[in-house]
Ligand binder design. Structure first.
Ligand code: TRP
Length: 448
């Protein structure tokens, strides 16, 4: 354990370890599965540009806001808002912990599918370019009742295993190995995709915006994607920041984490879209793009089994380090605020998430479990993307911008240093981010 002024709380062993863990949280299903299919359905280049703007303007500043709140208080999200703000502010933190349960419950279901797909690649079930066969493999898996639930349980158990290990021995150690591995795999895969015959059309689709395809829904989707991808709006980065020592500069670490997360999404776009075009498939397939369309690509690609297996392994690794951060929010909260120890808190929270994940899994074909006219899983996704995360991000921006203000600027800098762009940061947190997020929130809820 590090010495320092952290009052006995465990700390990240190094700046590199912190950055890898935070990047591990950010880089997940959202980047590798979500981003390419969203870009594919929302006009390619136009979606990419909107996403990049949102990341640069709102994303970076709210990432810094969360990390700073965590380090200032060394507490979980609810404790952090209570200590710094009092009044009704802790509710924002409680909402974050609740959001952790909601997201993790569907996250483990989708991550569970990646386990099946690693096996499917090796066993040869996917070795066909026939769309109908691939569709029925996918719907067969996700609608089969018990199997996907068992896979979600396995994934939840692996996640809990890392979290029980704690910050340094569990999360940091796993992230320092898994994240570089993930980058390596991704670069190999993207190089393979862009050098396929006929890849150029896909590259053009991804980079050259077609503004005629952009609607209000595209803009909302791009902001929701930016938030989810950066793990913003529910206190995950408050939690990770609470284990950070005072010698590390938050602005530069945040910039690196945001840069890594964005590069992975863009690389994932270069991995998926050129391949989809090279084989004449439809980029607007939606959530099935990774599970139905890509296997068709792998089936025709030289050494496709190897690349296909690598792809699903990549998705699995990315999902694991993200799920760890979601669970850690709940566990840090329970350890700080109740008498539970880390192990009991982890096991209890994992069990609740798993139980909440069961209706999500069953709603994919085994049983008609609908809420608000959507499948239970879609409803959980909708609730977190369109309501909980934007609300959390909005309140965090307002809180740090107005209530903490100059105190936050000082706290974000490394000890004994200053943060030169602090004024610009506060301006974004006070005005730009709240107005932008509120607009998207209202649109996303269909109020206007
Ligand atoms: N960012 C992760 C992804 O892209 C998911 C995630 C992990 C997340 N922790 C989070 C999303 C906290 C929102 C809030 O898949």
């Amino acid at each position: 354990m590090q010495t320092g002024d952290n009052g006995g709380r465990e700390q990240w062993g190094s700046r590199f370890g912190f950055i890898m863990a935070a990047a591990g949280s950010a880089v997940g299903l959202g980047n590798i599965w979500g981003f390419p299919f969203q870009a594919g359905s929302n006009g390619g280049g136009a979606f990419l540009i909107l996403y990049l703007i949102f990341i640069a303007v709102f994303g970076l500043s709210v990432v810094m806001a969360e990390m700073t709140m965590g380090r200032m208080t060394r507490l979980n999200p609810a404790g952090a808002f209570r200590k710094l703000g009092g009044g009704g502010w802790p509710l924002v933190g409680y909402m974050g912990v609740f959001t952790g349960f909601v997201i993790l419950s569907f996250y483990i279901v989708i991550a569970g599918w990646t386990i099946a797909y690693m096996w499917f690649m090796l066993s040869g079930v996917l070795a066909t370019p026939d769309a109908e066969a691939l569709t029925s493999t996918f719907t067969g898996l996700i609608g089969s009742g018990a199997n996907p639930i068992v896979l979600a349980a396995i994934f939840m158990t692996l996640t809990a295993g890392v979290v029980i290990g704690g910050i340094g021995r569990g999360i940091e150690r796993a992230s320092k190995v898994l994240m570089p591995l993930l980058f390596l795999l991704l670069i190999v895969m993207a190089l393979r995709a862009v050098t396929l015959d006929g890849a150029a059309e896909g590259i053009r689709f991804f980079l050259v915006p077609d503004w005629s395809k952009v609607t209000g829904a595209t803009v909302t989707a791009a902001l929701g994607q930016a938030f989810f991808s950066l793990s913003l709006g529910m206190g995950a980065l408050i939690t990770y920041g609470s284990y950070l020592n005072k010698q590390v500069s938050i602005p530069s670490s945040a910039a690196i984490v945001v840069g890594l997360d964005t590069s992975v999404a863009v690389l994932a776009g270069f991995m998926v879209l050129p391949a989809v075009f090279a084989y004449g498939l439809n980029p607007g397939e939606g959530p099935g793009l990774s599970f139905i369309t890509l296997p068709a690509v792998f089936a025709e690609m030289p050494a496709g089994t190897l690349f296909g297996f690598m792809f699903f392994a990549l998705l699995f690794v990315a999902a694991l380090t993200s799920a760890v951060s979601l669970l850690e929010v709940v566990v840090t909260f329970l350890v700080d605020e109740t008498k539970f120890g880390r192990k009991a808190a982890t096991i209890g929270a994992s069990l609740v998430c798993f139980l909440l994940g069961i209706p999500s899994s069953l709603s994919q074909g085994a049983a008609a479990i609908n809420v608000f006219g959507m499948s239970f899983l879609d409803a959980m996704v909708w609730l977190s993307f369109n309501l909980l995360l934007p609300l959390g991000g909005l309140f965090t921006a307002l809180f740090v911008g107005w209530k903490l203000a100059q105190r936050a600027v000082e706290a974000a800098a490394a000890e004994g240093r200053t943060f030169a762009l602090g004024g610009a940061w506060l301006f974004v947190l006070r005005f730009i981010a709240p107005i932008g997020i509120a607009w998207v929130l209202i649109k996303g809820l269909g109020i206007l």
